[in-house]
Design a protein around this ligand. Structure first.
Ligand code: NCD
Ligand code: ZN
Length: 341
């Protein structure tokens, strides 16, 4: 048995409406809080949108849940410094998300050129509002497996130099290059469970595997190892962010399938498996329950959760509004289970 201070998920997609109700309880039964991504259609670009979305999340929670959604704003070319200050004052908006336009699911309202956002980023530096970065270039000439590395060179490095005080989280890092950048520059970074557990072979094992497709896409084994080392290193700048991104089965199993892997149904269990495989279960609590809260300047949770070594089989699918979704490891075995309270 493994007892941890209750973890938080620092990068989560909850969607909205009936599909949200079907996935939210998976997160709420494991995590104390989660940073909720704003890439709805239309995006959560204003504090008023975030307030309304937060209310819908709270209304969809199972009775008695103490789960707290931490809201984010979607950065656009038009985000004003005033909106940033308003977000800071709100107390419920905890970060601003930067999607390069066209980089991933629902990112067409994203930023076309980050230099346009100079004043908004300065406002964020001034009031200590973190910028969460989807770190991939969208240049079609850049190989899809190199988009994170090239983003560091073309966008992140210059941004870090220009906005020295800005609090940055490099989201869902997937490469050794990103690990090195985080170590050298002292910015924050989230790491998903699926990037710790799989390399890019998982996209093609025995055939094309749409449920292993996400963005940034899985990388080579040497990168997976670098991520694992970072996660267990004790460097407090690395923390848990699932990037659990539910899509209906039909939108994944398609001639042009959506990017996103669903892991919320077994999130902390997947991380436990990865840390155990690395022989570093004792490093899990800091990564999952302390580092993110410390980075965001929020109190650590007080409640505890227990994980037990008990096999269970992941369902083939879960309900998702009018459709179903296929979770990671559908039909397969899990080694860890969250103990009932
Ligand atoms: C995310 C989604 O589906 O919203 N997809 C993904 O592959 N991670 C968007 C994102 O975080 O890139
Ligand atoms: Zn995401």
């Amino acid at each position: 048995m493994l007892t941890l201070i209750q973890p938080d998920d620092w990068h989560l997609h909850l969607r909205d409406g009936l599909p949200m109700k079907d996935v939210l309880h998976h997160t709420a039964s494991r995590f104390g809080r989660a940073i909720v991504m704003p890439n709805l259609r239309p995006p959560v670009a204003k504090v008023a949108d975030a307030l309304a979305y937060r209310r819908r999340i709270l209304d969809a929670l199972p009775a008695g849940s103490g789960f707290e959604p931490l809201m984010t704003l979607y950065l656009t070319d038009n985000t004003s410094p005033e909106e940033i200050f308003l977000a800071k004052r709100s107390g419920f908006v905890h970060a601003v998300k930067y999607y390069p336009a066209g980089a991933t699911t629902n990112s067409d309202s994203g930023v076309t050129d980050i230099s346009i956002c100079h004043d908004a980023l300065e406002a964020m530096s001034e009031c200590g509002m973190p910028l969460l970065v989807h770190g991939e270039v969208t240049d079609p000439l850049v190989d899809v497996f190199d988009r994170e590395k090239v983003f560091i060179e073309r966008v992140l490095s210059p941004m870090k130099r220009r906005h020295g005080k800005l609090k940055i989280v490099f989201e869902h890092i997937t490469t050794k290059d990103a690990v090195d950048f985080v170590n050298e520059n002292g910015i924050g970074a989230t790491i998903t469970a699926h990037h710790l557990l799989m390399n890019r072979n998982a996209l093609f094992s025995g055939g094309l595997r749409p449920h292993h497709y996400c963005l940034p896409v899985l990388k080579r084994e040497c990168h997976r190892r670098a991520l694992m080392e970072a996660a267990i290193s004790g460097n407090p700048k690395f923390f848990l962010g699932t990037d659990s991104a539910p899509h209906s089965r039909s939108s994944k199993e398609s001639s042009c399938g959506c990017a996103g892997i669903y892991t919320s149904h077994a999130a902390i269990e997947f991380y436990a498996e990865a840390f155990e495989e690395a022989g570093a279960l004792d490093a899990l609590e800091a990564f999952a329950s302390f580092n993110g809260a410390d980075f965001y300047g929020l109190p650590r949770n007080e409640k505890k959760i227990a994980l037990v070594r008990e096999e269970w089989v992941v369902p083939e699918s879960y309900p998702f509004g009018d459709e179903t979704l296929v979770p990671l490891r559908a039909g397969g075995r899990m080694a860890w289970k969250v103990a009932e309270e």
